[in-house]
Design a protein around this ligand. Structure first.
Ligand SMILES: Nc1nc2c(c(=O)[nH]1)N[C@H]1C(S)=C(S)[C@@H](COP(=O)(O)OP(=O)(O)OC[C@H]3O[C@@H](n4cnc5c(N)ncnc54)[C@H](O)[C@@H]3O)O[C@H]1N2
Ligand code: MOO
Ligand SMILES: [Mg+2]
Length: 410
């Protein structure tokens, strides 16, 4: 059995980002939030676009006012009013100034802005009551960004700040990576859909819904292949169909040692190369990972059937893979946070143990509270409102209230 770290190494190395030429689509700025930029963006605009004022005040020539003080104000003649959006006409000469407002274009000749609070106005004269610093309160053209240089690199996620930058740069059509396609199938003779009436022994296929929701949250496009019976022929057909159209395939169930656990044997019959069989973690021990000897082989994840186990295996291994595939360069790995625990935790120490619960920020400190209820990996009911898993490494038998522990954020 592989350790979690060994499995992680194998799995994360199998994941190759989508192709930045072929696997792209063009989207409008309005629908680009959360997408991953596939090509770098440059802008034809300088930022700021023009030399402009950072204050409401007066545009002056520094030499005229450098000795100004309350006792000996510099007195300047106002030649123009320059509101934002207006193109100045004047060329400021020594002894002159222009009234100017925040964001308005600097007039020719002026090099400094004196804020209104340090002036006194009398008709068309302004008294400068304090010497500014040279070039004070002028935002120079190109000081933040020069046209033609790289504005945003490829491989970043477009969050609200990037959306603002792209809007300001008039970049309204963007090349982004397509979403990784993730085929999802559930295996089990006992499974029914949520709208079917349950017969004795049956159970609703909740994993299909959970996984589809997770895939969307991770930035992938779920392809729902439904419920497949524990029958080798049916499974073989469904799995080979999934392989042919997806970047990743997720099945749940059928990966343990039972007589009806066929997944590994079907993968082998499809020439799958099994990379992972089991991982020393609890829950989530059975996990089958395979690739196929074809170009651009999808990665196959046979997740355990128990609902909590499927969730943990997904978060620990599949989510990072979807993010890596999606072209994002940084931040695709799982996020672990140090948190104080609010209850004693224990494990048998044999496998890396994931305990589900809730992470809260209390007075700036992360705190982890264990979910109530039964701790069986078949109990999905007490997953409600959880958002994290506390992790006890192998050999760690207990952790006491108030101690810090690593927590995997969902
Ligand atoms: N003799 C052993 N038995 C088991 C072992 C073991 O090491 N030796 N491992 C146990 C562990 S740990 C897990 S986890 C499960 C994994 O089982 P499978 O992946 O083979 O899954 P199934 O047997 O098909 O189902 C297990 C359980 O989950 C329910 N299930 C399955 N699919 C769904 C679904 N789509 N939605 C909701 N619930 C689902 C299923 O009804 C079973 O109750 O094996 C242990 N056994
Ligand atoms: O390891 Mo299993 O995944 O306990 O339920
Ligand atoms: Mg089984």
């Amino acid at each position: 059995m592989l350790s979690v770290k060994e499995a992680e190494n194998i799995i994360f190395n199998l994941a190759k980002p989508l192709n930045n030429q072929q696997d792209i689509e063009t989207v409008d700025l309005f629908t680009a939030t959360g997408r991953i930029l596939a090509s770098p963006v440059t802008s034809k605009l300088d930022f700021p676009h023009w030399d402009n004022s950072a204050m409401d005040g007066y545009a002056v020539i520094y030499q005229d006012v450098k000795q100004a003080s309350e006792e000996k104000p510099a007195v300047l003649k106002l030649v123009e009013d320059i509101p934002a959006g207006y193109q100045p006409q004047s060329n400021i000469q020594s002894g002159q100034a222009a009234r100017i407002f925040t964001g308005a274009v600097m007039p020719k000749g002026a090099d400094t802005v004196v804020m209104q609070e340090n002036t006194r106005r009398e008709a068309n004269q302004v008294f400068i009551l304090a010497a500014p610093k040279p070039q004070e309160f002028v935002r120079y053209r190109g000081a933040y960004y020069q046209a033609g240089t790289e504005l945003l690199p490829a491989g970043i996620k477009l969050n609200p700040p990037e959306i603002a930058i792209l809007a300001a740069s008039q970049c309204t059509k963007l090349n982004v990576y397509r979403r990784p396609r993730v085929a999802i199938l559930s295996t089990g003779n006992e499974l029914v859909t949520p709208d079917e009436k349950l017969q004795v022994g049956q159970i609703v296929d909740s994993n299909q819904y959970a996984l589809a929701a997770l895939v969307k949250q991770s930035g992938g496009e779920p392809l729902m292949l439904g419920i497949i019976k524990d029958e080798p022929e049916a499974l073989k057909q469904a799995i080979s169909q999934a392989i042919s159209k997806a970047d990743l395939v997720l099945s749940s169930g059928g990966v343990s040692v039972g007589d009806y656990d066929y997944v590994e044997q079907i993968l082998a019959s499809l020439e799958g190369e099994i990379k992972v069989r089991a991982v020393a973690m609890q829950p989530g021990k059975p996990l089958t990972v395979a690739t196929f000897p074809i170009s651009n082989s999808p990665i196959y994840f046979g997740l355990p059937g128990n609902p909590v186990s499927a969730l943990v295996s997904y978060l620990r291994f599949v989510q990072p893979v979807i993010k890596k595939l999606s072209g994002i360069v940084e931040g695709w790995k799982p996020t672990f946070i140090k948190a104080q625990i609010r209850q004693n935790l224990s494990s048998n120490g044999k496998r890396e143990t994931y305990i589900w619960g809730k992470l809260n920020l209390v007075d700036g400190v992360y705190q982890f509270s264990v979910a109530g209820g039964n701790k069986s990996s078949g109990n999905l009911i007490d997953l409600a409102q959880t958002n994290a898993f506390a992790v006890l490494e192998v050999g760690k038998l207990s952790v006491n209230v108030g101690e810090e522990i690593w927590v995997l954020q969902v």
